[in-house]
Write a protein that binds this ligand. Structure first.
Ligand SMILES: Nc1ncnc2c1ncn2[C@@H]1O[C@H](COP(=O)(O)OP(=O)(O)OP(=O)(O)O)[C@@H](O)[C@H]1O
Ligand SMILES: O=C(O)c1ccc[n+]([C@@H]2O[C@H](COP(=O)([O-])O)[C@@H](O)[C@H]2O)c1
Length: 223
């Protein structure tokens, strides 16, 4: 492969709030794929759940605090500039236009999000814009429902090297070394009960949450 070709990742999320499950996964997936940049992009209106109580601006601020100066990870506010549901296909189209046709563009999602992929907006078009990398997550495992095979069945590849041979269109299932059973739901739940969230998320994020008084009331994020 041409060593000049840029490798870009996108990890979208509600990040309500950002936690070590997101951050450690982002760092390890960047290493595993040799990504030059990984855009972490908060969704103002995640399409398959209710609008979060904490605003997109505030979730973005927590994300920035969580990332700090970590090399290669970028808090990307592009979805805050769009109205309506935060569809990933629109975000990928923007990134593709910015980085060009030859860039290796990778959409990264956890296994829980993968299970709902058939419900995504224009799900059948995602792989024409990017590769899909699915991170294992404790509590969620294969096999997956038959309808997912129609989307990803014939696109699965063996490893990061074969994925990076072309700009888009491959699917890679990845088990990262430090798989973590941390979820934002668990963090919101504990905060609403006045319990400690220490070590589940960066201390600076915890301090910012306490200072602002976020998550004192539990939000389940049901559809
Ligand atoms: N601990 C984790 N390990 C691997 N992937 C994760 C982890 N937590 C979240 N992800 C993935 O990161 C992306 C953004 O996650 P999201 O912001 O919804 O966090 P969450 O912890 O799943 O939130 P919630 O509990 O509110 O549903 C999704 O693709 C999700 O699957
Ligand atoms: O494009 C879609 O239709 C779509 C449907 C569900 C989720 N997403 C994106 O997937 C990411 C994770 O979403 P969530 O709800 O699991 O936090 C976030 O970036 C969402 O915008 C995107």
């Amino acid at each position: 492969m041409n060593s000049q070709v840029i490798k870009v990742g996108m990890l979208g999320g509600t990040f309500d709030p950002i936690h070590h499950g997101h951050l450690r996964s982002a760092l390890e997936v960047r290493e595993a794929l040799g990504l030059d940049r990984l855009h972490m992009i908060p969704a103002p209106q995640p399409p398959l759940r209710g609008v979060p109580q904490v605003s997109a601006e505030q979730r973005l601020a927590l994300l920035k605090t969580g990332i700090g100066a970590t090399p290669g990870l970028y808090a990307d506010c592009r979805e805050l500039r769009r109205a309506g549901p935060s569809y990933s296909i629109d975000t990928l189209a923007e990134l593709r236009a910015e980085y060009g046709e030859q860039a290796r563009l990778v959409m990264i999602i956890g296994f829980d999000a993968f299970l709902r992929l058939p419900q995504w907006h224009r799900a059948g078009d995602l792989l024409s814009l990017a590769h899909l990398v699915v991170m294992a997550r404790p509590g969620y495992q294969a096999p997956w429902p038959e309808e997912l095979n129609e989307l990803v069945g014939s696109f699965e590849v063996e490893g990061a090297n074969s994925l990076m041979q072309r700009p888009s269109g491959g699917v890679l299932m990845l088990t990262l070394p430090s798989m973590m059973a941390i979820s934002a739901t668990y963090i919101r739940e504990r905060l609403s009960e006045g319990k400690s969230v220490r070590y589940l998320l960066p201390e600076a994020v915890e301090e910012a949450i306490q200072e602002k008084g976020f998550y004192q009331h539990f939000s389940q994020h049901d559809e």
